[in-house]
Design a protein around this ligand. Structure first.
Ligand SMILES: CC(=O)N[C@H]1[C@@H](OP(=O)(O)OP(=O)(O)OC[C@H]2O[C@@H](n3ccc(=O)[nH]c3=O)[C@H](O)[C@@H]2O)O[C@H](CO)[C@@H](O)[C@@H]1O
Ligand SMILES: C=C(OP(=O)(O)O)C(=O)O
Length: 417
């Protein structure tokens, strides 16, 4: 078991370059199986979720060549084999195998997804979409069985604007007969990235990034080359870490537009922000004001930055209220931050955070972003060593975390027990 060890108290200084987005990468890789020739993905992040996806595709018979930040996927000879267990259980985004396999083979058997289980995460809207496209869907002993004689375009209204359901329906509908319209679609940048890849593969998708997406089904898709968008959640995590340590960091290879909800909140707190074409500089200040934050669907404040933001708000003066309107109970980081001396209580879907100093402690990440929150908290503490267990969660979403933080001057290392 590995732990992250942190001696904090050093302001982060320097430049960090952000890799491709996890939540794009793990949708683009399954999308590649809809093509019958090679898809090349550039700017791929080096994450355990990506490694698991490459395992899934290889199990199906795809040829996957992954070198550095590039992955070549040749799915010309893949077969439809049931995947009730195995790697699909290791990550959340394995649910995209349902849409991708359904699009390619009109059938699939895929185990229910794993990933960060901070609360029940239903997939009823994905299933509603597949059924509307003409598939029969059953849950047999924890594996979803999907089958369609043919997929027919239709109109689907999502009850909640789910990122996963929007992408999954796009994947299946890209090779359906006729046109599909998704209403109340999610608008996250990763959805635009997937639509861009599919369109480069020969799909006809319009409106991605708005609440109405129209997909004109085609019978065949082909290979292409695509560069993945920067990871706005990793970027946001480094922005928050820079501010929490009262540092001065240039976060490079970002799309500043994607960061607006966070930059606005940080400015409201009194943190200096300089925006450039593809980078953002964060300038820490001696003291920060308290703010209220509401995590919402895009373009609102991202729920995936809610836990890291909790750590930053422990460094603000006064009482802040951070509410999550995407997940009702994503607060597994809170008891661990309280172990570090934070004054936080959870009321319903809100964390009430009173600013104050933290202390070093032995803490455990129960999910990916809880892990990021604990690392940021540890970086603020100068006395003693903070030990963060649960590194396997952090590795799902942050590549080169230790080397990046060390380059910024942090005293962080991995320790194997
Ligand atoms: C792999 C991936 O991209 N993960 C992201 C994706 O997760 P994921 O795609 O799972 O999240 P969704 O956007 O689907 O979930 C949003 C909300 O809708 C609810 N819901 C969702 C689907 C459904 O069928 N029924 C339903 O009720 C969920 O419980 C949640 O309350 O978007 C989340 C919200 O931005 C992020 O936290 C995750 O990092
Ligand atoms: C919740 C997350 O990921 P996943 O949906 O893959 O579990 C996340 O990235 O914060």
């Amino acid at each position: 078991m590995e732990k992250l060890m942190i001696t904090g108290g050093r302001p982060l200084q320097g430049i960090v370059s952000i890799s491709g987005a996890k939540n794009s990468a793990i949708a683009l890789i399954p999308a590649a199986i809809l093509a019958e020739s090679e898809v090349i993905l550039d700017n791929l992040p080096l994450l355990s979720d990506v490694a698991v996806y490459s395992e899934i595709l290889e199990e199906l018979g795809a040829k996957v060549a992954w070198e550095g930040s590039q992955m070549k996927i040749d799915s010309s000879s893949i077969k439809s084999i049931p995947m009730p267990n195995g790697p699909v259980k290791k990550l959340r985004a394995s649910y995209y195998m349902m849409g991708a396999m359904l699009g390619r083979f009109k059938e699939a058997i895929i185990g229910l997804p794993g990933g960060c289980n901070f609360e029940p995460r239903p997939i009823d809207q994905h299933i509603k979409g597949f059924e509307a496209l003409g598939a029969t869907v059953t849950n047999e002993h924890g594996a979803i069985h999907l089958h369609a004689k043919e997929l027919r375009g239709t109109k689907i209204y999502l009850d909640v604007s789910s990122v996963g359901a929007t992408i999954n329906i796009m994947l299946a509908a890209a090779r359906a007969k006729g046109a599909t319209t998704i209403e109340n679609a999610a608008k996250e940048p990763e959805i635009i990235d997937v639509a861009t890849l599919l369109n480069s593969m020969g799909a006809i998708i319009k409106g991605a990034g708005t609440e109405t997406i129209r997909i004109e089904g085609v019978s065949e898709l082909h290979g292409c080359r695509h560069s993945i968008i920067p990871d706005r959640i990793q970027a946001g995590t480094y922005m928050i870490a820079a501010a929490a340590t009262r540092g001065n960091v240039l976060i490079d290879n970002v799309i500043p537009k994607h960061m607006e909800a966070l930059t606005a909140k940080m400015q409201e707190m009194g943190i200096g922000i300089e925006e450039y074409d593809e980078s953002i500089r964060v300038l820490g200040a001696p003291s920060y004001g308290h703010v209220d934050v509401k995590a919402l669907v895009y373009p609102g404040f991202p729920t995936d930055l809610q836990s890291p933001m909790t750590s930053l708000l422990t460094q603000a003066q006064g009482v802040s209220v951070l509410s999550d309107f995407v997940y009702s109970n994503r607060f597994k980081h809170v008891p661990e931050l309280v172990r570090m001396g934070a004054k936080i209580r959870v009321e319903g879907r809100s964390a009430i955070i009173e600013g104050g100093q933290l202390n070093a402690a032995k803490v455990k990440a129960a999910d990916l972003r809880a892990g990021a929150a604990l690392v940021i908290a540890g970086l603020t503490v100068s006395e003693g060593v903070t030990e963060v267990a649960g590194v396997e969660y952090i590795d799902r979403g942050y590549d080169h975390l230790v080397s990046n933080l060390r380059l910024l001057g942090a005293d962080v290392w991995r320790q194997t027990e």
